[in-house]
Structures are given as structure tokens and as C-alpha cells.
Write a protein that binds this ligand. Structure first.
Ligand code: MTE
Ligand code: MO
Length: 252
């Protein structure tokens, strides 16, 4: 069977199963075809599994919607963050010259980059919407280094399945699979609306993942780990938010 007709078949099978016999059947079907999010001991509900399976069947190259310049929000809402702490304040006072992004784990060349190095790499820009699970959204232009460029640069090993990204805020970390990590719209953003990324919006560095909800776009990132297993991190669900009961896969 050709790849396309196989996909069509699975996709319609999932849809029929979801409609006719309930989500549990479609979750079983998804599992059979390897379309389940990383397992965390059964905490993923069938609804999340179906979203993940449907997204991955549609293909990893589907793009988040991009907007025109005139649609950029004039008053973007920066979600309030907990106090950033002495270390952050010290780095900020020095203009972030000592900010570092460490990349380790399954890489041929684990590297710690300075902010200046990150800013010297090729950039990509996108005008996309960010949405919080609490209901508000805004549209902005983000500019930054595609995460795929960094993965290439450090020689990510073939076995890597997830990128875990951490923030200077110990309680803020998340992970994505390779479909999102290598996606052209996934950026290590350092500019917003044609200016340096402001601190309330995650400056100096923020991971921007426009195909997922806002909580996956972690601000103040300083550490990436390439791995094939999410279990050793936190409670093992793949992120601070999923450890707290939210969906690991927050595709939109
Ligand atoms: N480090 C860090 N990253 C974070 C958060 C945070 O509190 N700390 N909040 C998250 C949540 S819940 C959302 S919805 C978005 C909000 O993005 P914004 O501040 O640009 O509106 O950032 C996400 N990234
Ligand atoms: Mo959020």
C-alpha cells in the first residue's frame, strides 16, 4: 500500500473510531501505529492521544498560520512571571553579555553558546499567534535561530527523540519531539516586533513553538538537552506543565 493511502486509511480509521465507538478505540488504533505521545504511565487521556495522532498523520511539515504585518497586536499581553531572581537580575544589569545557552545530551559536539554567538547565527522571522490555555492570544513577529540549526551545529545524534528545554526559572521547563524540534517555525527567538526580545516576553532567549499552546514557548531559556527518554526528567511526563496535569502535547 502506498504511504498516502495508508495514511488516509489510518486517518479515516481514527475519525470513524472516534465518532462511532468512542475515543478509546481510536486511542488503541493510534497506539498500534506508533502515534501515541510519549507514555507517562497512562496519564495521557485518549483525547490528547487523538490530537497527537491526527497532527502527526497530517504530517510534520504543516505550518502554524502566519499573519500579515498589519495584524500584529498593538498591545501584546505579557503573562506575569514569578520573580526572576538575583542571578537573572545580575545578568540583566550587565546587558546579558554573560547569558549562555548550554546544549548537552545526545550530541556529537555538546556546546555552550554565548548570547552573542546565538545572535550571530542565521535567523528566521514569523508573524504568528501565541495563545494561553487561559484564553487570551496576541499576534507578534518573532525572529530567531531555527532550533534545527542549533541541533545541526551540535551534531544531534540519530537516536534523539526529544529536546528538553530549561529556563533560568527552575520551575519552567518543557520538551518537544523531533517533528516540532526540526520544524522550520520552531525558533530560539531573540527579537520580537523588530526589537530585542523584551524581558517580560522572555528576553534574552525564548523557545517559540507556534504549533503548540503558549506554555510550551518557555521564556529565559539557558539549557537544551537532547534525549531519547523523558522519564529521568522531573516526574517523567516531559515537562513542568504536564508534571502538573496539563497535556504534554499542546498542539493547536
Ligand atoms: N520561563 C517562563 N516561561 C513561560 C511562562 C513562565 O511563567 N515562565 N509562562 C508560559 C505561559 S503559561 C504562557 S501562556 C506564555 C505567555 O507568553 P507571553 O508572556 O508572551 O504572553 O509563556 C509561557 N512561558
Ligand atoms: Mo499560559
Amino acid at each position: 500500500m502506498s504511504e498516502i493511502s495508508r495514511r488516509t486509511l489510518i486517518a479515516s480509521g481514527l475519525a470513524v473510531a472516534a465518532g462511532a465507538s468512542g475515543l478509546v478505540v481510536s486511542a488503541k488504533l493510534a497506539k498500534r501505529y506508533g502515534l501515541i505521545p510519549p507514555d507517562a504511565g497512562g496519564v495521557y487521556g485518549p483525547g490528547e492521544t487523538l490530537t497527537y495522532a491526527a497532527q502527526r498523520l497530517v504530517g510534520s511539515h504543516s505550518m502554524a498560520r502566519e499573519f500579515s504585518r498589519s495584524q500584529i497586536s498593538t498591545n501584546p499581553f505579557a503573562n506575569e512571571v514569578d520573580p526572576l531572581g538575583d542571578e537573572f537580575n545580575r545578568l540583566q544589569a550587565a546587558g546579558f553579555v554573560d547569558w549562555r545557552l548550554t546544549v548537552d545530551g545526545m550530541a556529537a559536539r555538546p556546546t555552550t553558546f554565548s548570547l552573542a554567538e546565538i545572535k550571530s547565527f542565521p535567523v528566521s522571522s514569523q508573524i504568528t499567534m501565541i495563545g494561553c490555555e487561559e484564553g487570551w492570544t496576541y499576534i507578534a513577529e518573532w525572529t530567531g535561530v531555527p532550533l534545527s540549526y542549533i541541533l545541526d551545529r551540535v551534531g544531534a545524534l540519530r537516536q534523539v527523540r526529544y529536546v528538553v528545554y530549561r529556563s533560568i526559572q527552575p520551575d519552567w521547563w518543557e520538551s518537544i519531539d523531533m517533528a516540532d524540534a526540526l520544524h522550520p517555525q520552531t525558533l530560539i527567538a531573540h527579537r520580537m516586533n523588530d526589537a530585542e526580545l523584551p524581558v517580560p516576553f522572555g528576553g534574552p532567549l525564548r523557545l517559540r513553538v507556534p504549533r503548540q499552546l503558549g506554555y510550551k514557548s518557555v521564556k529565559y531559556i539557558n539549557h537544551l538537552t537532547l534525549t531519547d527518554n523523558l522519564k529521568p526528567f522531573g516526574k517523567g511526563t516531559g515537562g513542568a506543565n504536564s508534571d502538573g496535569g496539563y497535556a504534554w502535547y499542546a498542539g493547536i
